[in-house]
Design a binder for this molecule. Structure first.
Ligand SMILES: *Cc1c(COP(=O)(O)O)cnc(C)c1O
Length: 446
């Protein structure tokens, strides 16, 4: 074998040495503990994180694939599902499972509607209607399960145009999806209007609460203006809520819920003729890590209502401050009407490139996610951001002042790349798709 092909080391290495390699590799990773990031890591402080690791470790080796072998995991999963259902105002008939994350929860919901519609209606060319702001996990799920996904435009508030959504439906529509809130602009769709319509048509309605499921109930309890979004709404037949986001669990934990166990049954898979014995699997995964299930249960127990309320209060304070400080800058504005802890901001002025402002903020140590349609910058705000609101206010103003009236900055840094992406006309994304897939090929080379 040639020396330059990476292979498993001939001789096993000392643990210390291997761990030192990991530490060295982490050196330049995004520093989420410093709080200047707005996605990917949900952080409730060092004590909570240390506690999660302990809970995770207790069931590190166990496998949730077979709940009969590990009664502990069966109990924790059932309780996580029940506590989540109760939090989202589902009655005792609401049933669900845990999954590895929002994407798997969403995949399971889409597969469930497809299987249900086949069995109940003989539907073999199904479609689903949803807003353009729908999370790409639905595009992925529909791609995997061969469901056509039809997307409706938004109102100026950033919520889906319900009439436009309804107009997309036909006899093959098996379900609608809305978000609470959506990822790109943090706005909650009109679940009540879509729910009444879906119930009348006899189709499913999934509410994507991956992002909001574990924070909207508490923001609402604090008295903020949150429209009905959960099982209280007539017509809602399923929801997804990520414990590994605002539930502050360890990664690998989400919940998918259904109106009742009859609907959930369409999610389950059983192979009965296998020489290896009876094989039953509730979700897409086979082996299911016990640690994630235990840590999700532990997070909910340790947080309690009071813990989640305190986090929601701090996160809301920070989000409202950051929104006010953005609006205070000449030429910047919040996209739509977000009501919770997620928002995006854009430029309202021709002499201010929002991507160039983002680059100037990046130079000041902030890690930001850029978006297109509209060109904007995204933030998921958490409790720790409250410590940084003053710096944010100063930096966002300084960044805008630095960039204003300097069009040459649009051609530099990330602004150049995003400007290019933003200018790709809708419907002609095939080239971009190929380009980013080729980029992925390259990313995983050693
Ligand atoms: C994060 C997210 C998802 C997908 O969840 P993953 O855990 O990343 O798979 C789906 N919908 C929304 C609104 C999200 O924010």
């Amino acid at each position: 074998m040639s020396d330059d092909v990476l292979a498993i080391p001939e001789q096993g290495r000392a643990h210390e040495e291997v761990l030192a390699d990991i530490d060295a590799a982490r050196h330049d990773d995004a520093d989420w503990q410093a709080g200047r990031t707005f996605s990917l890591v949900y952080y409730a402080g060092p004590e909570h994180t240390a506690f999660l690791k302990q809970a995770h470790q207790r069931l590190f080796s166990e496998n949730g694939l077979n709940p009969l072998a590990f009664g502990s995991l069966r109990k924790f999963e059932a309780e996580v599902v029940r506590m989540t259902a109760t939090m989202l105002n589902g009655g005792p008939e609401v049933a669900g499972t845990m999954t590895s994350g929002g994407s798997e929860s969403i995949m399971m919901a889409m597969k469930t509607y497809r299987t249900w519609a086949r069995a109940e209606k003989g539907e073999h060319t199904p479609n689903v209607v949803a807003p353009v702001t729908l999370h790409p996990a639905f595009d992925k799920a529909c791609h995997y399960f061969d469901i056509e996904l039809r997307k409706a435009p938004l109102l100026a508030s950033g919520e889906v145009d319900v009439e436009a959504l309804q107009a997309l439906a036909d006899d093959h529509t098996i379900a609608a999806v809305v978000s609470a809130p959506n990822y790109p602009n943090g706005v909650i769709d009109d679940v009540t209007a879509v729910g009444a319509w879906a119930a009348e048509r006899g189709i499913g309605l999934h509410v994507d609460g991956c992002l909001g499921g574990f924070i909207l109930p508490w923001v609402e309890a604090l008295g903020h203006d949150i429209r009905p979004f959960d099982f209280r709404v007539e017509g809602v037949t399923s929801m997804s809520a990520d414990v590994h986001k605002y539930g502050f669990a360890a990664k690998g934990a989400s919940v998918v819920l259904y109106r009742d166990a009859d609907l959930r049954r369409h999610q389950f898979f059983a192979a009965t003729g296998w020489p290896g014995g009876l094989y039953v699997s509730p979700t897409a995964a086979g082996t299911r890590p016990g640690g994630s299930i235990a840590a999700a249960w532990a997070a909910m127990q340790a947080m309690g209502r009071d813990g989640y309320l305190a986090i929601a209060e701090r996160s809301m304070q920070a989000a409202l401050r950051m929104r006010a400080d953005i609006e205070a800058v000449d030429g910047l504005a919040i996209v739509g009407e977000p009501k919770a802890t997620v928002h995006a901001w854009q430029s309202t002025s021709d002499d201010l490139d929002v991507y160039a402002v983002a680059d100037a903020l990046e130079a000041r140590g902030w890690h930001l996610n850029r978006q297109i349609r509209p060109s904007s910058v995204h933030a998921i705000v958490g409790p720790r951001h409250m410590e940084l609101v003053d710096e944010w206010a100063a930096d966002v103003k300084a960044a805008a002042d630095e960039v204003r009236g300097r069009p040459e900055l649009s051609g530099q840094g990330q602004a150049a790349m995003y400007g290019m992406m933003a200018s790709v006309p809708e419907g002609s994304e095939a080239e971009t798709e190929l380009f980013v897939k080729q980029m992925l090929d390259g990313l995983y080379e050693v």
